[in-house]
Design a protein around this ligand. Structure first.
Ligand code: ADP
Ligand code: MG
Length: 324
């Protein structure tokens, strides 16, 4: 890269979507107004080369898109709308990443940001000895009083998810194998869709809902809700939605339960609330799928399969450390 300053200029947005931005990129820090009647939401996630992505399985555009998407998903899991993002990028001194590739990373982020009217308002540019590191911070907003917390689950609740799981893990598998990867799996892995629309419906319902996004796999995220709420959850194997028809049972089980990175939402709500939510989701063309129930007991998750009940442990197989 020629110099950092021309790079920053090249990725600086021309204008802003959000009217609350006072000063974005170009000063010591960004200045923005909050909006009355809203909570601010903040989240950060980092993607490390060869840990969370490789050049073999992701184009620079995808890396940018996904780095932003994983954060937007956390905003969705709080029921919010994303507003701003900041990017810290650490670039290998070896020159293994060209300026063109780095700009493509930003183009991938812009693609998703424009969809939600998000603004890039700052960041940091650094060097590393070895791998590329992209850390993205996202801010968002949700109406005051909305708390879609993991600790909200109660015995008697329905457990739901907002869409198919396991496709991203299937994508990673086929991309790493070097086989032709079916498009739906490749895009699930490279350009996951955060479920902001679903999160917004859940926030606007103004009901008690526990919510979590599925970044580390259904098993792991269900356990997080069970732990935070101090309840037992039962997941019905046959009700888990997936797009893996034709794959072997072992793979379907591994990918749907432990795959992760699908960024669907998993949550719980009382029966009556769930019935109402189902109608609203349906009207909006969104899906809400019942996958189990919350019962009284220790903080544990069970998988119910052919009338057998087995403990679902909190393990994922992310970060290229497949550990099956
Ligand atoms: P400072 O030394 O005050 O931190 P910098 O030179 O690091 O200033 O950054 C100048 C401006 O460019 C700041 O507004 C900063 O937020 C922004 N910026 C720097 N690097 C990036 C980046 N990689 N992506 C987006 N914005 C960046
Ligand atoms: Mg700086």
């Amino acid at each position: 890269m020629k110099d950092e300053f021309s790079f920053i200029r090249s990725i600086q947005p021309k204008g802003h979507h959000q009217p609350t931005v006072v000063a974005g990129i170009g000063d010591d820090a960004a200045l923005y107004d909050s909006e009355e009647g809203f909570h601010e939401i903040a989240t950060v996630d980092t993607l490390v080369e060869d840990m969370h992505f490789t050049k073999e399985t992701m184009k620079p555009f995808h890396i940018g898109y996904k780095a932003l998407a994983v954060n937007v998903s956390d905003i969705a899991a709080m029921g919010g709308r994303p507003t701003y993002y900041l990017v810290s990028i650490s670039i290998p001194k070896s020159g293994s990443w060209s300026e063109e590739e780095l700009k493509e990373i930003y183009r991938g982020m812009t693609e998703l940001a424009d969809e939600y009217g998000m603004d890039l308002i700052g960041g940091d540019t650094n060097g590393t000895n070895d791998k590329l590191v992209v850390s993205v911070t996202v801010m968002g907003r949700v109406e005051k009083g909305v708390r879609l917390l993991r600790s909200n689950a109660k015995p008697g609740d329905v457990v739901f998810v907002t869409g198919p799981v396991g496709s991203s893990a299937a994508g990673l598998h086929y991309l790493l194998e070097g086989h032709r990867c079916p498009d739906i799996f490749a895009s699930a892995h490279q350009m996951p869709r955060p479920q902001v629309g679903a999160g917004r419906v859940l926030a606007k319902a103004r009901e008690r809902v526990a919510l979590n996004d599925i970044s580390d796999g259904l098993a792991s995220e269900a356990n997080e809700i069970a732990e935070a709420s101090g309840v037992t959850m039962e997941i019905d194997w046959l009700s888990i939605p997936h797009e893996l028809q034709g794959e072997g049972e072992d793979r379907i089980e591994k990918w749907t339960l432990y795959g992760g990175e699908d960024f669907q939402l998993i949550g719980t709500a009382g029966e009556e609330t769930f019935a109402k939510l189902e109608r609203t989701f349906h009207e909006k063309g969104l899906s809400l799928i019942r996958v189990g129930r919350v019962i009284k007991g220790k903080a544990e998750v069970y998988l119910v399969k052919e009338n057998e009940r087995s403990v679902l442990h909190k393990r994922g197989y992310n970060h290229f450390n497949k550990g099956d």
